[in-house]
Structures are given as C-alpha cells and as structure tokens.
Design a protein around this ligand. Sequence first.
Ligand code: HXC
Length: 294
Amino acid sequence: MDVTKFLPLDLFAGRVVFVTGGGSGINLGIASAFAALGADVAICGRSADRLAGAAEQLNGFGHRVLTQVADVRDAEQLAAALDASERSAGPADVVVCGAAGNFVAAAENLSPNGFRTVVDIDLLGSFNTSRAAFDQLRRTRGALLFVSAAQAYLPFAYQAHVGAAKAGVDSLMRNLALEWGRYGIRSNSIVPGPTAGTEGMRRLGDVAGEETWTSMVPLGRYAELEEIAAMAVVLCSPLAAYVTGAQVIVDGGQGLSGSALFNNAVGTALDKMPDAVPDRVPDAVPADAVSGTR
Ligand code: HXC
C-alpha cells in the first residue's frame, strides 16, 4: 500500500514527527509514511549505524531528516534528543513511542533483569518520551502515538514481560489522553499484528513458525509495514481530530483467535532447546493434584 495514493502529499508538510526506535521495522515504516506525506522526521535509537541506514531511506522523500542516538530508558538522553530535534526542526507535532524489546522466555526462566529490561524499554521508555515531549506537544497541540501489541490485552505464553510492559503502555496512553486532552494533546495507540520484515517477527516468527502466525490471522497473511503505518498517520492527522484514548487494533483479526496456536508452537520449540524447563506439565493437571484437594 502506498499512502500517497490515498492521502494528500502535503498532509504533514511543515510538521515535525519524532519517532523512538525509528531505525528499523514498524517504527521506520511509520517514519517513512510521515515523510512521504511531507513531514520532517527525527528518529532516535541506540545504534548510530542503524539510524544512518534509516536516514538514507528517509532522505529519499526530500524532507528534513534528523537522527539522534538515545536510549529511551535514559530520561536525560531522551530529553536531549527532543531538544536537539526542536532546535533543528522546530517543536514536534507528532511523537511516536515505538522503541520496544522482545524475546521469548518461560516466566520461570526469566530473570528479574530480563523482565525489567523489557518493561524499561517499552513502558518506562514510553513515559520518558511522552514526559520529555510534553512541552513541545503542548505548544503544537500535537499527537502522541504508542506502538502497543496484542500481548497488552491477551496473555501470550513466554511473553509475561512483554504483556506487562505493553498493558502498561496502553494504560499510560489512556492516562495521558485523560490528563493532556485539556492541552489539545491527543494520545492513542496502535496494536500491529504480525508484520513482515520486522525484528519482532524475526524473534517471534522464527520460534513459532510463519505458518502458525498466518493461521492465527483471519485475513491469512502478515501485515505489510505500510498497512500499519497508514493507520499511524491517519490517527495522528486531522482526520482523527476527535480520537483520543483509543487502542486501535491493526492485526488482520489476529487477536480474535486467541494465543493458543502461538503458545503450543513456542512451547514445543522451547522444549527442544537445551535449557528447556525439565518438568513442563505434559497433559492435564488431575483434580486431586491441585493444592488443597488432598
Ligand atoms: C531470556 C533474556 C533473553 C532471552 C535477553 N535476556 N535475552 N532472557 N531469554 N532470549 C535477558 C538477559 O539475560 C539479561 O538478564 C536481560 O535480559 C538484559 O539483556 P541485555 O542483552 O543486557 O539487554 P539489552 O542489551 O538492553 O537488550 C534488550 C533486549 C534485546 C530486549 C534484551 O533483545 C533488544 O535489544 N531488543 C531490541 C529489539 C527488539 O526486541 N525488537 C522487537 C520488538 S517487537 P540477566 O539477568 O542475564 O542480566 C515487540 C512486539 C512484538 O516488542 C509483537 C508481535 C505481535
């Protein structure tokens, strides 16, 4: 899908869009859609090399492109990145909180630091970004967009850390919609389904298998990056001027079928790994084996 076929080329002309985790995947796809519709784009991430590669792609749209190396877990780095973006391009009209971390791990094998790392990147990172962007967004009466996941509202096995983080992100999204509406700031999230060409699907698709994912999706295929990005730009545009506090699911219907196929496929894959949990419950737990029944 090419958003420029359906939306005006100058929809975001003269606007500034700041995207965390913008060096790759869905976030780069979102940054590209904004740039295609006329925006100046600032992307931030941890890897200077990745940002440089992304900037090459974004430069092709002919608008201003800025890169800032910053880790969203570090509030000072984030504030410095947003300040630098404002000095160079002006205050942000749109801020996308997209930086995220993910891996599959059985909860009983997940270290406290592993859990904290994902919560810190996804949730604390989203807070740091919104908090640091508040002053700019207040002046532009701008929009916040969070990149959530189905794990926010549906438990997925081996994703306890991601579920906690993303549920927190959506809660934060709603809170900010409530608190910052009076400043004219809108706050929404999108929930992408399995999306081709992303780090997330490399991590989750490799373990569960592409066939598992596509059979979970009523539309029967992965999303294209552009399909996720299209909803992102619409939500942050005047077309959605009265939309705030919304979790918008863009998943081909994936969440409707639950997470059982994923859970079984990843459980089987993890069982074959050398550090598999030795005593995974094989079939069913008999009624008289439950604590308190004997
Ligand atoms: C168990 C793991 C692990 C794994 C890391 N850890 N990988 N535990 N299984 N596979 C643990 C480490 O052992 C360590 O704990 C802690 O996590 C921190 O690990 P570091 O490697 O030091 O952290 P860091 O370098 O900050 O890397 C963060 C990361 C990494 C999340 C662990 O994977 C990353 O940078 N990911 C960014 C890219 C990414 O994940 N993108 C996908 C987003 S997709 P100990 O106790 O040993 O110190 C997404 C939604 C998908 O979010 C939804 C699809 C539908």
